[in-house]
Design a protein around this ligand. Structure first.
Ligand SMILES: Nc1ncnc2c1ncn2[C@@H]1O[C@H](COP(=O)(O)OP(=O)(O)O)[C@@H](O)[C@H]1O
Ligand SMILES: [Mg+2]
Length: 264
């Protein structure tokens, strides 16, 4: 479903600010794989997701999605293949548009223009049944402007919009980090449900190691642009937070947590 070969990305090359954000990334995911990514601040996690989404084109290497080489495809050209949720609940939806209009935009990204007939009764019912699955009452608020929703509600809607069109790959970039704990719980539960429902191949960056252990069949640990440790299947489910911290310390000779504290 996803293949990354020899991916390199350097920001500001040949200047004093040169930063190797991705160094020789080689990975692949099968349909339905779910990888959780952890790592220090500035490790390259978001840059990796950006190269999958097409917001960043790598300097070297290839990105394949579902058998198609999309390396040079700009973001819009891969939008139908990729669903994405960001950390900021405000960034995934358009505040001055209604829930219905926002969902229509997601749908429009994935359907050929010629097939795109606008909002009819069937589409409306379809939106409502998707919204009902969130179990937070949004199915009764199709005409509410999204700017009036709470952060948790907006993030739930972003997650729905990123998944109900059944993309090839779902990208989650610390999508619960800005929420308070009860809302974080809700969004994590919805993540699990929606990924399961649509059998989505998922790449999730998280700042919480427990989450990385709990979610997905694979785990990648990143530092300084590299994937320094990976685990999958049983090897992954047996991991503890202490193991992850120890692994990081052993491999890098520094502490992941203090590294983060220094940079925050
Ligand atoms: N658009 C950009 N322009 C310049 N430098 C960037 C850009 N995006 C990321 N970087 C740099 O690349 C490195 C990796 O960043 P990022 O992928 O955001 O890390 P993470 O998400 O793991 O915290 C950092 O040093 C960051 O400053
Ligand atoms: Mg990031």
């Amino acid at each position: 479903m996803l293949q990354l070969s020899n991916i390199h990305k350097t920001f500001y090359p040949n200047t004093p600010d040169e930063r190797e954000a991705l160094v020789d990334i080689n990975q692949s995911l099968k349909p339905g794989d779910f990888v959780s990514i952890i790592g220090s601040n500035g490790a390259g996690k978001s840059t990796l997701l950006n190269t999958l989404a097409g917001t960043i084109i790598p300097d070297e290497g290839d990105v394949w999605v579902d058998g198609k080489n999309v390396t040079t495809f700009p973001e819009q050209k891969r939008a139908s293949m990729i669903g994405r949720v960001f950390q900021d609940p405000m960034s995934g939806t358009a505040p001055r548009m209604t829930i219905e209009e926002n969902m229509m935009i997601s749908l429009g990204r994935t359907k050929k223009r010629s097939l795109f007939k606008g909002i009819n009764k069937q589409v409306k019912q379809d939106f409502q049944s998707h919204l009902a699955r969130l179990e937070i009452g949004l199915e009764n608020r199709l005409n509410t402007k999204v700017g009036l929703l709470s952060g948790g509600e907006r993030q739930a809607l972003s997650l729905l919009m990123a998944t109900f069109t059944e993309p090839k790959i779902l990208l989650l970039d610390e999508h619960t980090a800005a929420l308070d704990p009860s809302k974080e719980e809700l969004i994590l539960k919805l993540t699990r449900d929606l990924v399961e429902q649509h059998q989505l191949t998922t790449v999730m960056v998280t700042h919480q190691m427990e989450q990385a252990i709990d979610f997905g069949n694979k785990l990648w640990m990143m530092d300084e642009g590299k994937i320094i440790f990976e685990a999958e299947g049983e090897g992954k489910s047996e991991l503890t937070v202490a193991d992850l911290l120890q692994n990081f310390q052993n491999l890098r000779g520094k502490n992941m947590a203090s590294d983060k504290a220094l940079l925050v």
